[in-house]
Write a protein that binds this ligand. Structure first.
Ligand SMILES: Nc1ncnc2c1ncn2[C@@H]1O[C@H](COP(=O)(O)OP(=O)(O)O)[C@@H](O)[C@H]1O
Ligand SMILES: [Mg+2]
Length: 495
């Protein structure tokens, strides 16, 4: 082997060695991260089991999910079981894995001197709890402690550790149990037996905040909308004060605007950002098919909302109410809608902690009785030039686009809604994919805009020259020139 070859070989060996060492280092880091996660879990289960002053809201959501059971005997002898978390919490390989995401929890901590595993039951325990505490305390900071109210409470109470954290602060940060899917399911099961379930689930959908994937940050709002949202957020925060001074006419909002302007998204984003369950009533599901049950189910929906409170009760397509009151509809349908209106009157943000949000694409179809029930009307206009440019920025955050000029696109998309802009983007992305490209160009976007406009004008032509009787039968009298209404459903299914 020549000298150069030997040097190259040595060099390569060196590189291999360093790479290997680095990999080991990362491996060790990962191992100790895993150990830290598992020890946190073990400490938490142990502290929580002993300290009866702690409740479900003191457990991080990923931990309490593991211990949640559908039917816990609450010991009050009424024969009922209630969903909840039972003490003591037992840590096993599988509960620890589920809670921490660590693949082999026992292996991650078996080398530590203070851990122990019962071979028979598989339970992992801390044989030396104090040693475990100080090992853990050495390796974490206050930020981490604030994510776990159980441990924040424990370490704050022991002066030998000087963490500057308070139990209350950690609790406030922790997502409340009523925002967890499991808690909501437990409640729904209590209310609806299996037979009723199916009809009910068509009429109402309950979403946990963790299941909502849009936040207010993803939405471009008008100043007006932002102002109203700030107001309502403050009202929710200070509802005790509002009750004290007797201010009750608050907390019923009506979102008004054309389809695709962000009404549903804003209501959902509020739920997510404020950790409130999102209860949606779908009025279009009140059809004659289920009429016998509907009035009862409407009542139950409001009961559920009260039990889930604080929560958001969202009633889409509110114009449906007016429609049924006007026409000579089935008496049972009218009864159902009247029940709904009465329930709306009887629910309150201040007394029941339920924020009611109605939405409609057809404000002109609402009658006085419907308008009267809301204390704030929030307008959702089609976005102007600046908003369109902002929306384009927001919805392309994760995309690669060459020579992207949102202003120029905004200029070319007069009259389009946020939802339309999303469709334009989707079109551009799919078009580029047919050429195996995942980087878009400004031209792709402009072409997609053109495509969209073409489709839109076809749609409008259809409305103007199409069969007017068919339009009337669809209930859209006098709306033929608008062109947006026949597509309500496209928008509603966006989410
Ligand atoms: N102002 C906006 N900013 C960002 N995205 C928007 C905006 N308006 C609409 N969208 C998007 O368009 C889609 C449809 O909106 P949606 O809330 O369902 O409209 P609506 O309920 O008014 O018909 C959603 O994906 C939403 O994120
Ligand atoms: Mg909607």
């Amino acid at each position: 082997m020549g000298r150069i070859a030997v040097m190259a070989e040595e060099r390569l060996a060196h590189v291999r060695m360093t790479t290997l060492l680095r990999a080991c280092g990362e491996y060790v880091d990962r191992m100790s991260d895993a150990a830290l996660d598992v020890v946190e879990f073990l400490l938490t289960t142990s502290v929580y089991s002993d300290d009866r002053s702690l409740d479900e809201n003191d457990l991080p959501p990923s931990f309490r999910r593991v211990f949640w059971t559908g039917g816990v005997d609450d010991g009050d002898d009424d024969g009922h079981t209630h969903a909840g978390i039972n003490r003591p919490l037992s840590a096993t390989n599988s509960t620890a894995r589920e809670a921490t995401g660590v693949d082999r929890p026992w292996e991650a901590v078996s080398e530590l001197m203070f851990t122990e595993r019962d071979e028979f039951s598989g339970t992992i325990t801390l044989a030396q709890e104090e040693m475990a505490e100080s090992w853990f305390a050495d390796r974490i900071d206050e930020q981490r402690l604030l994510e776990n109210p159980t441990l924040a409470s424990h370490f704050a109470a022991h002066e030998e550790y000087d963490f500057d954290v308070s139990h209350e602060e950690a609790r406030e940060r922790n997502r409340p149990i009523r925002a967890d899917r499991v808690w909501i399911d437990g409640l729904l099961e209590e209310y609806f037996d299996e037979e009723e379930d199916e009809d009910m689930l068509d009429l109402v959908e309950v979403r946990a905040p963790e299941e909502v994937d849009i936040t207010l940050d993803d939405l471009v709002l008008t100043e007006d909308q932002e102002g109203e949202i700030d107001k309502i957020a403050k009202a929710i925060e200070h509802r005790d004060y509002l009750a004290e001074i007797g201010l009750r006419e608050i907390g019923k909002l009506l979102f008004v605007g054309p389809p695709g302007t962000g009404k549903t998204s804003t209501a959902q984003a509020l739920a997510r950002d404020m950790d409130l369950p999102f209860v949606e009533v779908k009025l279009s599901m009140i059809t004659s098919q289920y009429l016998g049950e509907t009035a009862k189910n409407v009542d139950k929906t409001f009961e559920v909302a009260k039990r889930l409170s604080p929560c958001i009760l969202f009633i889409d397509e509110f114009d449906f109410v007016a429609k049924t009151r006007r026409s000579d509809e089935h008496a049972a349908l009218k009864r159902a809608v009247n029940t709904l209106l009465k329930s709306i009157d009887n629910i309150s943000l201040i007394e029941d902690d339920v924020l009611l949000i109605g939405a409609t694409n057809h404000p002109d179809q609402l009658d006085d009785a419907a308008w009267r029930r809301f204390d704030e009307i929030i307008n959702f206009p089609k976005p102007d030039y600046n908003m369109r440019a902002d929306i384009l920025q927001v919805i392309t955050r994760q995309m690669k686009i060459e020579e992207f000029d949102p202003q120029l696109i905004a200029d070319a998309t007069e009259g389009l809604t946020g939802s339309d802009l999303r469709m334009v983007l989707r079109e551009a992305v799919l078009e580029a994919l047919t050429e195996d490209r995942t980087t878009l160009t400004q031209d792709d976007l402009l072409n997609a805009v053109e495509e969209f406009e073409e489709r839109n004008s076809l749609k409008n032509m259809d409305m103007i020259e199409g069969d007017h009787d068919a339009l009337v039968a669809g209930g859209d009298i006098g709306k033929a020139s608008d062109g947006g209404h026949s597509h309500d459903h496209d928008h509603d299914h966006d989410h």
